[in-house]
Design a protein. Structure first.
Length: 153
């Protein structure tokens, strides 16, 4: 796996950890798997124009949290990403990100990141992540349309 793939979605937390432990995978510090498959501590850079934070979870489960620590950039704080299922919209997950207890949406230019998720994945970096989510939404939408057409025949 090459550094260029940093922004790619990785389903497997062990694969993600191995990538960050490899030469070229680290940035400011090494990555530690705090809870297997669930929580990682790793370099986080929160800038006003180039948000760059990376997290991976094998699967979403309600009440689990991803914990990230900032090691460089203008913010150096414990950052928490949490998610919960939305009763009003089954299958949708609300993702919230906070830094020292304050909502961190002002550090992230991708609001969709903070409002959308599925049972399958969380996340990589910046624009690539947004494209990953948009592509997944499009695939899910197409699959739904195909299923509807199949039932209509």
């Amino acid at each position: 796996m090459s550094p260029e793939r940093t922004g790619d979605f990785m389903e497997n937390a062990e694969q993600f950890l191995a990538f960050w432990a490899s030469p070229g995978g680290r940035t400011a510090s090494s990555t530690t798997l705090i809870a297997p498959g669930t929580v990682l501590e790793y370099p986080l850079a929160l800038g006003p124009f180039t948000p760059s934070w990376i997290a991976i979870v094998s699967h979403f489960h309600r009440d689990e949290k991803v914990v990230l620590r900032s090691t460089r950039g203008p913010v150096d704080a414990r950052t928490t990403v949490a998610w919960e299922g939305l009763a009003s919209s089954p299958g949708t997950t609300r993702i919230t990100m906070s830094v020292e207890g304050r909502a961190a949406s002002r550090w992230n230019r991708s609001p969709i990141l903070l409002a959308f998720g599925t049972d399958r994945y969380l996340v990589a970096t910046g624009r690539r992540l947004l494209r990953t989510i948009e592509a997944a939404m499009e695939r899910d939408s197409e699959a739904g349309r195909d299923a509807e057409e199949g039932r209509g025949r």
